[in-house]
Design a protein around this ligand. Structure first.
Ligand code: 4AD
Ligand code: MG
Length: 477
């Protein structure tokens, strides 16, 4: 094979006049003459001009939507508008033909639901390749953000023996036979005979182990897959999603909120700066989709405008109690339009979060000091004895993207909270040890990776920002 050059590189520094070879998938073939070719290296296609009279019949017949071809020809300044350079094809090799009658995708706009069923092919579309390039960009930016600030990346276990966090229903990990598991005398499953000699699950969060890291290395973060078996069939929930959990010794909850805000803005800025082409495509895609919508259904701002707006201004910061008061004075509350109750002591639902963010403050909002009864045992009890030093960061169009807290470092207070919540001390003996021996105030949070990607790409459903979504009833690919 001739040495190929990647299309992104070719377009960045076009060697006009030279002979070049590019390989990629056909995004469009107009008038039997103009091929839009893309190899995934960037949003922009290269235009290939073919003189079809000189092409053999069976080559021409194989240049179809998403066929894979390799083209050699001279790179010239383009005659047409829409591109600066194009390749005058001298030879075309079909690397992988594609029969248009059988190929599941058509060169037209497809529904997201349909494309989800074709997750092995959807990445070849403009929309999904842009989304997955941005997913990569965010992953890279996350490591860069923490590395630049001297955090250590800590790998916490995926298989866990503790079910204490209570963040969600867990998936069991076992090698016991499903049809006839060994039983104890009481008739329960005998987990002592299982692989780990105890009951184990897939983790819902790496936080408790990250705390171990923070109390030794000072500043750590995790970035790994987490699993929740809730039957939440929403556009914001996955059964398998990725979470980033920084944990910092000596940070109080103010510093924790500052870190969450800086981190969020850094990620958005990184994509604005380095992935402009992809963002512009996604921005235009949304505007095209909204063209036929009623005005009130359209977004108030375009995608890029929203991202720039969010990084330009401070996030709002309010207490949970203030949030409840604002909600009780809101129009939808007074008109009975909220589906869920607004009541001090009840958790905020997505509809409440979105009203705060989209109607009241019109920017991200950090809500803090939640009632202790609706939050996890490890969150630090405030002096009022009623609320904890928790914080959630809420984003426009999505709701909660980050959840975190200052952790309870006082052994007696922690033990009391665990007892109140029926969490056995034996299960978390090591967690309690951290408070007994060299404990320190510390704080952290978890950012839902896919929810941040949703925000940055403007996609509507979380299943469309993860390559292979795992949701109730669905684990194909
Ligand atoms: O608020 P959560 O449950 O917090 C924790 O797990 C803490 N241990 C984090 C910490 O303090 N270190 O989850 C954190 C974030 C949520 O804000 C949300 O963005 C995301 O994870 N998340 C989900 N994303 C997709 N699908 C789901 N089922 C999710 N559940 C939570
Ligand atoms: Mg939460």
């Amino acid at each position: 094979m001739k040495k190929r050059v990647e299309i992104a590189q070719l377009l960045a520094q076009p060697p006009v006049g030279e002979s070049v070879t590019v390989s990629g998938w056909v995004r469009a073939f107009r008038a039997n003459r103009f091929i839009a070719l893309n190899d995934g290296s960037g949003m922009k296609n290269i235009q290939v001009v073919v003189d079809y009279e000189n092409l053999e019949e069976d080559i021409l017949k194989n240049i179809n939507f998403h066929s894979c071809i390799s083209v050699t020809g001279q790179l010239v300044a383009s005659q047409g508008s829409g591109q600066n350079v194009e390749i005058l094809a001298e030879s075309i090799e079909i690397l992988g033909g594609s029969n248009p009658e059988e190929y599941p995708l058509q060169p037209k706009r497809q529904t997201m639901e349909f494309l989800r069923e074709k997750a092995h092919l959807r990445m070849r579309t403009n929309t999904f390749s842009a989304v997955f390039r941005i997913r990569h960009a965010l992953a890279f930016a996350i490591h860069k953000f923490y590395n630049d600030r001297k955090f250590y990346y800590l790998h916490t276990p995926i298989v866990t023996g503790s079910d204490a966090e209570g963040a969600g229903e867990m998936f069991r990990v076992t090698t016991l036979p499903a049809d006839n598991p060994p039983k104890t005398d009481d008739g329960d499953i005998n987990w002592k005979e299982d692989f780990f000699e105890k009951a184990t699950n897939l983790t819902v969060s790496g936080q408790l182990q990250a705390e171990i890291g923070a109390l030794a290395l000072g500043k750590v973060y995790t970035f790994g897959p987490t699993f929740r078996a809730e039957n939440s069939n929403t556009s914001r929930h996955l059964a398998e999603f990725w979470m980033i959990e920084p944990e910092v010794a000596f940070n109080d909850y103010e510093a924790n909120m500052d870190l969450a805000e800086d981190f969020s803005k850094y990620l958005i800025n990184y994509v604005l700066e380095h992935y402009r082409d992809d963002l512009e495509f996604l921005d235009k895609r949304i505007k095209d989709l909204e063209r036929n919508m009623k005005k009130e259904d359209r977004r108030e701002m375009g995608l890029i405008e929203t991202l720039e707006f969010v990084v330009a201004d401070d996030f709002a910061r309010i207490t949970y109690t203030e949030a409840i008061n604002l909600l009780k004075n809101s129009k939808p509350y007074k008109k009975g339009r909220f589906e869920y109750q607004v009541e001090w002591g009840k958790d905020l639902q997505a509809e409440h979060e979105r009203w705060l963010v989209e109607k009241k403050f019109k920017k991200p909002v950090i809500v803090r000091d939640y009632p202790k009864d609706i939050k996890a045992f490890y969150m630090r009890l405030n002096d009022d004895d009623n609320t904890v030093a928790a914080m959630d960061v809420l984003f426009p169009g999505i709701g909660e993207v980050i959840g975190g807290s200052q952790r309870e470092e006082r052994l007696d207070v922690l033990k009391k909270r665990m007892a109140d919540m029926d969490i056995p001390e034996e299960e978390l003996w090591w967690y309690l040890d951290l408070r007994k021996f060299g404990g320190a105030p510390h704080s952290g949070f978890g950012l839902g990776f896919e929810r941040m990607i949703l925000f940055v790409t403007g996609m509507a459903n979380i299943r469309d920002v993860v390559p292979f979504p795992r949701t109730p009833g669905s684990a194909e690919f």
